[in-house]
Design a protein around this ligand. Structure first.
Ligand code: ATP
Ligand code: MG
Length: 390
């Protein structure tokens, strides 16, 4: 029996956006995500995407797993392909639904006939198909209000289909429909979640990671690459820019007031990330900051950090508490990697008593006195780019 995947595009999503762009980008993203799973025909008609495997070896379970990670898809289903002929539809419907229906007590058949040339009406198709299923499964009864399983027969322009399980997708908007943004990615729990959340709003991502060898290790960087590859399951390929901060951090240690180390470092990160964003057609920064979580994330500290950024900064976690963030981290399968114990450059030379209410005036003064501009340029010159894909 030939099986395909049908993806329904929510009308609500299509209204607000340019529909053609939305559809084109979604199709491109779907093709990219299943590129290693076989040959497919992927096409769109009547607000439905059809994914048809062109080779027999393709495992649709694998395809479904990938589709469930693509933003812009609210629900999708596997469906069995039938001829546009009621006898073939009935025969295949009985066979195709046998296994799922064996585990439940009630069902109903729903029919949608968008090809009006088909000789039977929707109620007739439902009645005949439902009757045949009942004959074959004496343990079942029909419940039109609240069935355990709804079997849907669709008569469309391309063909006829039977499906009975709807799978939930990620929702959101196709990656790329909102432009590109740069996530500041650490090895922690928060920034991968922030990256995921903004990709869900249709942003393509690139990423900046700051390292301070030898204070931070190669393994710490590999952990960040692993986290980005997890994010890329949802967000697509991500260019990662790794920036060395050792020299700047050592210089700050020797020349700046200790209680300002953290806030000065955060501002350096913002400046460098802003420059990289500018050079890569990216128009926003993304961080995993959450109000009050640590000394550098008080409102006062965030004001000082924010003032160093040259574009808008998205902080999708700002109003969330740690448990809510962890829940998302687990759901996207990043948590186990995030909690591996490696050092981060933020924890190098951490002050004993960081300022929780830094004043921008004094921070800027300390920054000028430290004379960091040349070192910032040098760090940007020594940045290494690597593309991360899953
Ligand atoms: P996370 O869990 O994302 O590491 P955090 O709670 O540890 O966040 P901070 O260490 O203060 O908080 O970092 C706040 C944000 O700054 C991070 O969410 C991330 O966006 C960015 N950031 C921190 N360290 C780095 C780094 N080494 N490279 C790039 N960005 C970083
Ligand atoms: Mg951190």
């Amino acid at each position: 029996m030939k099986e395909i995947i049908l993806i329904k595009l929510g009308e609500m999503v299509l209204k607000g956006l340019n529909r053609r762009t939305f559809e084109d980008v979604l199709l491109k993203n779907i093709k990219y995500r299943i590129r290693n799973l076989g040959k497919f025909q992927v096409r769109i008609a009547q607000s439905t995407v059809y994914i048809e495997p062109l080779t027999d070896e393709t495992d649709l379970d694998d395809v479904c797993e990938k589709i469930a990670q693509v933003f812009g898809i609210v629900t999708f289903s596997r469906a069995c392909v039938c001829e546009k002929d009621i006898d073939d539809i009935i025969k295949k419907a009985v066979e195709y639904t046998e296994e799922p229906l064996s585990e439940v007590k009630t069902f109903k058949v729903e029919s949608k006939r968008s090809d009006k040339k088909f000789p039977l009406t929707s109620p007739e198709i439902s009645a005949q198909t439902g009757g045949a299923i009942l004959d074959r499964n004496p343990h079942l009864s029909v419940d039109v209000k609240n069935p355990d399983i709804t079997v849907t027969v669709e008569i469309r322009d391309f063909g006829a289909y039977v499906r009975c399980q709807t799978i939930r997708g990620q929702g959101g908007m196709p990656v790329g429909t909102s432009g590109k943004a740069t996530v500041l990615i650490s090895g922690g729990i928060d920034s991968p979640v922030a990256a995921y959340m903004m990709a869900k709003r249709g942003l393509k991502l690139n990423a900046v990671h700051f390292e301070s060898p030898p204070y931070t290790s190669e393994r710490a960087k590999l952990k960040v690459e692993k986290l980005l590859s997890i994010v890329s399951r949802y967000a697509g390929a991500i260019d990662m820019y790794t920036v060395p901060l050792t020299k700047i951090q050592e210089h700050m240690r020797d020349n700046c007031p200790e209680e300002l180390f953290t806030i000065l470092l955060r501002r350096v990160m913002m400046k460098i990330a802003s420059q990289i964003a500018k050079d890569t057609d990216s128009h926003a920064l993304i961080t995993g900051e959450s109000l009050g979580q640590v000394a550098s994330q008080t409102m006062y500290a965030l004001n000082c950090t924010n003032a160093a950024a040259e574009t808008i900064v998205f902080r999708p976690l700002i109003g969330m508490d740690k448990q809510e963030i962890i829940n998302i981290s687990r759901r996207i399968d990043a948590f186990e990697t995030s909690i591996l114990p490696y050092e981060d450059c933020c924890t190098v030379f951490t002050p004993k008593h960081p300022r929780t209410k830094p004043m921008l005036k004094f921070v800027e003064l300390a920054e000028r006195e430290a004379g960091l501009d040349d070192m910032i340029e040098e760090a940007i010159r020594n940045t290494v780019k690597k593309t991360i894909e899953s």
